[in-house]
Design a binder for this molecule. Structure first.
Ligand SMILES: [Zn+2]
Length: 360
């Protein structure tokens, strides 16, 4: 049936990357004098970059800040929209971490405005996609809210990202590591991608470039960041984390790694883990389900970068309780768990998880 579907590739309208590009947002965004902007920030970006943003947007007619912390739930989203729907904003600008990107996309969808995304960390590939992850109050994943259009602007400031915590950058590499594995599984199984159609060959090649950059540049890029240096490998890795991985996952599609991640978020572990840290591990599980000869190569890179490679790294064991939650939350009609060109079942995933756990 899928053969009849269109092939769809979606990208942001504008992707701009540069050192201190956020010093001149009025020009970069070609702001008109009557522009009204709702700016969504987290406490860090509010503290560190408020003055920079105000100065950079000084040609706008008005702007207002919303400081957002915690998880994005439908209840919290509705509160923001209700408080701001009267003012007729032209633009929602998100400046912050992964959650802020999702909040800005979701708010702009409901307020029907342009969205501008300025990531302050490169921890996920969210900025280039239309999706916002919505959570339940208890922290469990609820659903994705999908914007009609891809973001109008993604503005990547290499200076700001060179000051970001190393852990967030490595988590972004973990997220990007899944991109080709999942896109390739979707391509081969003709599964529906998150852009609303079948994969194009171009999106598969974008995902492949993402993988190539990771294996070529990740280790050196992390070293650059530790030394706060903006090197060519750092620039390429930023592009891979944010752009290639973003296009690659949305227009390439998700598969086991993200489905299993969404199940694992229902489990309580003592330490809080970042999205990309969980994805690094679930990517290894996906590779194990397909008996990939590249498993060791991926696992070794994760070890080198300090990314989790076992369930034990999360303080969890594959007991009956964990198995039940995975079975209940990952295996349902429409789950990306089935986006593979081979048979998949809870037993096959558990076997793969056991294999991953035993590898030294
Ligand atoms: Zn992801």
């Amino acid at each position: 049936m899928n053969e009849q579907m269109n092939q769809v590739l979606r990208t942001p309208s504008n992707y701009l990357q540069g050192i201190n590009i956020t010093l001149d947002l009025s020009n970069v965004l070609e702001l008109s004098e009557d522009a009204k902007i709702l700016i969504i920030v987290d406490t860090y970006t509010m503290k560190d970059y408020r003055q920079r943003i105000e100065k950079s947007l000084d040609t706008a007619q008005m702007f207002e800040f919303v400081v957002f912390e915690g998880l994005l739930t439908m209840e919290r989203l509705e509160v923001i929209v209700k408080e701001h729907e009267e003012l007729d904003y032209d633009m929602v600008l998100g400046f912050g971490g992964g959650t802020i990107m999702d909040v800005a996309k979701a708010v702009s969808t409901l307020l029907q405005t342009t969205v501008v995304l300025v990531p302050s960390i490169a921890s996920t590939d969210g900025p280039c996609s239309r999706l916002s992850a919505i959570y339940h109050e208890d922290g469990g994943f609820s659903h994705y809210m999908v914007r009609e259009q891809s973001p109008e602007y993604v503005i990547v400031d290499l200076y700001i990202l060179s000051l970001a915590p190393v852990r967030t950058f490595i988590a972004g590499i973990g997220d990007a590591l899944s991109t080709y594995v999942e896109a390739n599984a979707c391509y081969l199984s003709m599964s529906v991608n998150d852009a609303g159609g079948l994969d194009t060959f171009s999106s598969l090649m974008i995902a492949r470039s993402c993988k190539e950059i990771i294996f070529e540049d990740a280790v050196d890029a992390v070293k650059s960041l530790q030394e706060k240096m903006i090197t060519p490998s750092f620039k390429r890795m930023i592009e891979a984390n944010i752009y290639l991985s973003g296009i690659g996952f949305e227009s390439g599609g998700l598969s086991i790694a993200h489905a299993l991640h969404n199940g694992l978020t229902k489990l309580r572990s003592e330490r809080r883990f970042m999205h990309g840290e969980v994805i690094a591990y679930t990517t290894l599980v996906q590779l194990a389900t397909e008996n990939s000869h590249e498993f060791t190569q991926y696992r070794d890179l994760c070890l080198q970068l300090g990314l989790p490679t076992k369930l034990a790294d999360f303080g969890l064991t594959l007991d009956e309780k964990v198995k039940t939650i995975i079975e209940q939350t990952c295996f349902f009609e429409g789950s990306s768990m089935y986006h593979v060109p081979y048979e998949i079942s809870p037993e096959i995933v558990f076997q793969a998880m056991e294999f991953v756990e035993k590898r030294i």
